[in-house]
Design a binder for this molecule. Structure first.
Ligand SMILES: Cc1cc2nc3c(=O)[nH]c(=O)nc-3n(C[C@H](O)[C@H](O)[C@H](O)COP(=O)(O)OP(=O)(O)OC[C@H]3O[C@@H](n4cnc5c(N)ncnc54)[C@H](O)[C@@H]3O)c2cc1C
Length: 240
């Protein structure tokens, strides 16, 4: 049986209309060892029935952080509806870390991150590590969201532009609100032309994609059409 470790909620912060940042601290004070890009299984245990439900969440925090941070889309599904009522001090259970979607600083000096919505989470962990350790990694990020107010950790991304070899582009996919129309950045789904407009040397980079299956497939095809070798593309697929 897998040993599920108790973690206590230490922070809850609404980041965007749909995304909340949750912080968890291990009840025994230990630090989880992981590579940026990996995920854990977070389990909720019903205190009355003992029944459990678990879901995968990418670690957004830095590997040496004493707390784990997650950026969670509050879609009011089976698991996320438990988090709707979560309070500081509540206990959840963690297994992991898991996954092969890893950023390895020594091997990946030039990278391209492509995020769909909350798919930014593993890239936050990678950027936080690069920033903290002052690695000379050349990072380009292309980030797709529906509306401008959905940008997660906007100020943090802006700060990295000043302190690291980092650039990012946000594409807004919807044209529904005045704010959508006023958006000065890119509009529409990310495609090969959009990538090429901002990243001329994609073929020289290790490319990481994170988001739903349709998104990761479309981006992978776009990158291949730009000459990126399939072996230099890593994808973290979150669902259909
Ligand atoms: C490796 C991995 C890492 C993940 N990391 C994260 C993360 O960091 N943050 C995060 O928010 N999620 C992440 N997910 C998704 C997460 O595991 C859950 O699937 C998600 O939280 C929904 O669970 P739920 O029980 O609330 O919804 P469910 O009750 O299981 O699903 C309800 C319905 O909503 C649909 N749905 C699922 N996700 C979304 C969505 N984002 N928007 C709209 N509809 C959706 C489902 O297809 C289903 O029809 C990750 C998934 C994987 C596989």
């Amino acid at each position: 049986m897998i040993n599920k470790k108790p973690y206590v909620i230490s922070g809850i912060a609404k980041e965007t209309p749909d995304v909340t940042l949750f912080r968890f601290r291990a009840q025994d004070g230990s630090t989880l060892s992981f590579d940026p890009g990996m995920f854990i299984m977070l389990h909720y245990r019903n205190p009355q029935t003992g029944e459990e439900i678990g879901r995968a969440f990418s670690l957004a925090s830095r590997p040496d952080d004493t707390e784990l941070e997650f950026a969670i889309s509050m879609i009011h599904g089976k698991f996320t509806s438990k988090l709707d009522d979560a309070k500081i001090g509540d206990v959840y259970f963690v297994t992991g870390p898991y996954g092969q979607f890893k950023y390895t600083p020594a091997e990946n000096k030039k990278v391209l991150f492509v995020a769909g919505g909350t798919g930014l989470a593993p890239f936050l962990s990678m950027l936080r590590l690069i920033g903290e350790k002052k690695y000379d990694t050349d990072v380009e990020l292309i980030y797709s969201i529906r509306h401008p107010e959905e940008i997660i950790r906007k100020q943090e991304l802006e700060d990295y532009k000043k302190s690291m070899h980092f650039n990012y582009v946000v594409s807004v996919t919807r044209q529904e609100t005045d704010e959508d129309m006023r958006w000065q950045g890119e509009h529409g789904h990310i495609d090969a032309q959009m990538i090429e407009r901002h990243v001329l040397d994609a073929a020289e980079r290790t490319c990481y994609i994170c988001g739903p299956l349709k998104f990761t497939k479309a981006i992978e095809a776009a990158l291949i059409s730009l000459g990126v070798d399939k072996k230099n593309i890593k994808a973290d697929v979150w669902g259909e």
